[in-house]
Design a binder for this molecule. Structure first.
Ligand code: KIV
Length: 258
């Protein structure tokens, strides 16, 4: 299997559609890697899927660094991307570069950050410093308080023009790929056609160059999932059943039996 990197992702545009996902620990990163997932994102969705938060906002740099290091130890051929948590790049570009460097030193090969035109100067600084950037426009979950919930973006023509302009701006600033989250699929198709870089959709329809799914959603570890998700396994009942069988067998003396 080939090692995925920025060049390989760029080269996939128009040739191969990439099924990418999140992971937050070594075990699942290794399994995703062995299955051929090209890009593993250590998303700040870590907060909701592993740490029990309602949003991604409480995730901090130490949560991120521990998870990135764990995932990097499990991934061999996949490209590991570390999400910059809320607060790690909003307090000035010097602080942001320092935090991005720490994510790379922990084992990521690129960082992801949310925003369009407003983060372009930072994207330029990071890419100039040799840190590849995966951008993220459309519904950006770190802006949940501004939206008043996780709401689809780009629904009016004016809003769609802004998402399109943001996507073009991050490409121009040097991002090697861009996440399009929760936008109408015709807008995602328009952006995908307009950009030379890979678009990675999540809740953005089928026309993107690649897709993200959150690991816990695709494996069915989360029982309630967004409507655009396809569960490729139904692990929650299986895991609950295994725990219950173990508890029962210890209680009734069936396990251990020697
Ligand atoms: O944190 C996350 O899971 C994301 C998604 C877009 C995959 O940013």
């Amino acid at each position: 299997m080939k090692k995925w990197n920025v060049a390989a992702v760029r080269a996939a545009k128009g040739k191969t559609k990439l099924g990418c996902c999140t992971a937050y620990d070594t075990c699942f990163a290794r399994l995703a890697d062995e299955a051929g997932v090209p890009i593993i994102l250590v998303g700040d969705s870590l907060g909701m899927n592993c740490l029990g938060y309602e949003t991604t906002l409480p995730v901090n740099m130490s949560d991120t660094l521990a998870a990135v290091a764990a995932v990097a130890r499990g991934a061999k051929d996949a490209m590991v991307v570390g999400d910059m948590p809320f607060g790690s790049y909003q307090c000035g570009d010097d602080e942001a570069v320092k935090n991005a460097v720490a994510i790379i030193k922990a084992g990521a090969e690129a960082v992801k950050l949310e925003g369009g035109a407003s983060v372009c100067s930072l994207i330029r600084r990071l890419t100039t410093a040799g840190i590849p950037v995966l951008a993220h426009v459309g519904m950006t979950p770190q802006s949940v308080n501004e939206y008043g919930g996780f709401k689809k973006q780009g629904k009016t023509r004016e809003a769609a023009e802004k998402v399109l302009a943001d996507a073009k701006a991050v490409e121009e600033a040097g991002a090697f790929a861009v996440t399009l989250e929760c936008i109408p699929s015709d807008l995602a198709a328009e952006i995908t056609a307009a950009l030379k870089i890979v678009t990675i959709g999540i809740g953005a329809g089928p026309v993107c160059d690649a897709q993200w799914l959150v690991m816990h959603d695709l494996l069915g570890l989360n029982e309630k999932v967004p409507s655009f998700v396809k569960k490729y396994a139904d692990l929650a009942p299986a895991v609950r059943g295994a725990f219950a069988a173990y508890v029962k067998e210890v209680a009734d003396g069936t396990f251990p039996n020697s």
